[in-house]
Design a protein around this ligand. Structure first.
Ligand SMILES: [Zn+2]
Ligand SMILES: [Zn+2]
Length: 157
């Protein structure tokens, strides 16, 4: 939890260097994630009239598997422009939820070991980043109807 008492914020702002454990951020709900480090936060909090403004960066490292080839990868996820504004802030404010939502937005749609990851062959399961498989040569050049051509209708006689 990251709670602030706004009376503790000096006029020139308050530096907040802290880490938030992953359990608090409930990031494990994402089933792709195997392990995740605490979120490292470097924020500056200041009061603008009655509003609390928190700016800074947050970063964590995720251990997960590539969505295409299923290899284990380590992904650094960071939010470089955190900007949380709480209008008419109460005396004591809990920023955990806002920080959580911010870093979730930085999560990629797909975890990829490489943008060019070739993934697994749908047919034989071979990791195509490591080696070509034998299925390729036929299916690649054929039309979408190619598989129909290969069905031997004579078998039904
Ligand atoms: Zn991959
Ligand atoms: Zn194959």
């Amino acid at each position: 939890m990251l709670q602030l008492n706004i009376h503790h914020i000096p006029e020139n702002g308050l530096d907040i260097d802290t880490t938030i454990p992953p359990e608090t951020l409930e990031l494990a709900n994402d089933k792709r994630i195997k392990d995740v480090t605490p979120l490292v936060c470097e924020f500056k909090a200041s009061m603008v009239d009655k509003d609390l403004v928190v700016r800074g960066t947050s970063t964590l490292v995720v251990n997960c598997s590539c969505d295409r080839c299923l290899e284990d990868i380590e992904e650094v996820i960071s939010s470089d422009d955190v900007c949380i504004v709480i209008e008419n802030t109460p005396e004591i404010v809990d920023l955990t939820n806002d920080i959580r939502e911010d870093i979730l937005l930085a999560f990629p749609q797909l975890f990829l070991c490489d943008a060019d990851c070739k993934g697994l062959c749908f047919n034989c399961g071979q990791n195509l980043n490591k080696a070509e498989c034998q299925c390729d040569s036929e299916s690649e050049s054929s039309s979408p109807w190619g598989t129909l051509d290969n069905i031997n209708f004579d078998d039904e006689k």
